[in-house]
Design a protein around this ligand. Structure first.
Ligand code: URA
Length: 260
């Protein structure tokens, strides 16, 4: 007997122009237990003692060039991650790039930003709006080290590490900024621990760091999208908004050499 007709594919309902990688796919039957992304409520972070970067490190960061800053971050011992980390991950790309992205923290074994599964999705997302990694976009994280066991970072850890991020952004001075994930958003928009991506996405934000202003779009973190594929349609809306911002900034992107 003939098999029953299959239900219509969900992708027929995708918004116009949305690439297939954004099609919501069913979440994996069993959620991967090890993924405890940093983009979870900050209230579950363990209580950490107050941490401060030594004033001489802060002063050195404030006048550091890119290479010096990378050295300072690489030698950072501000928090306990200095003992547990495998790598200090500074950035992909850097000054001279007009587009920047800020994510959360490197994967535990990653020695570059966004490798692994969420990195693959990120690459596809960027390519779908004409951005080629390593050529067009500087990618940084709020945290330069992965918290042990993928736990959430404590607020003081984020605050310490943000010293490096702020100087990175002052050196890159991107015209447009894509902010992915809750801790990145809370840090760069100066929001409290209860602020959600859902409350801030879908519009353009002004981000000010010292004497530098830029325009930013907030969206869901690729790790979250892997666990919540139904949110991909909203991420696509955010990306199209970000693409508009890129065009309005007069940034011309060469055709992408697709990697997938
Ligand atoms: N890897 C990164 O570099 N950043 C993230 O936010 C996640 C994975």
């Amino acid at each position: 007997s003939r098999p029953a007709p299959r239900p219509a594919a969900r992708s027929t309902a995708l918004p116009p122009g949305m690439p297939p990688e954004f099609a919501p796919r069913p979440a994996p039957a069993r959620p991967a237990p090890v993924v405890r992304p940093v983009a979870e409520p900050i209230s579950s972070a363990p209580q950490a003692p107050a941490l401060v970067l030594p004033p001489e490190v802060v002063a050195a960061c404030e006048k550091a060039d890119w290479a010096t800053l990378e050295g300072l971050a690489g030698a950072c011992t501000c928090c306990s991650m200095a003992k547990s980390r495998q790598h200090v991950v500074f950035a992909e790309g850097g000054p001279g790039m007009r587009i920047a992205l800020v994510g959360e923290a490197p994967g535990s074994e990653e020695d570059l930003p966004f490798v692994g599964k969420s990195g693959q999705l990120l690459t596809q997302m960027l390519e779908s709006i004409g951005i080629e990694r390593r050529r067009d976009i500087a990618i940084m994280n709020v945290l330069k080290c992965r918290p042990p066991g993928n736990r959430n970072p404590a607020p003081a850890e984020v605050a310490c590490c943000a010293t490096y991020l702020r100087r990175q952004l002052l050196l890159v001075r991107p015209d447009v900024l894509l902010i992915m994930g809750r801790f990145a958003m809370q840090t760069l928009l100066g929001l409290g621990p209860d602020a959600s991506i859902g409350s801030q996405r879908g519009r353009v934000h002004d981000v000010t760091i010292g004497d530098f202003d830029t325009k930013a779009v907030v969206s869901y973190h690729p790790s979250y999208l892997l666990r919540a594929p139904d949110e991909k349609a909203k991420a696509w809306e955010d990306l199209t908004l970000f693409r508009r911002l890129i065009r309005e900034a007069g940034i011309k992107l060469a055709p992408v050499h697709h990697t997938h």
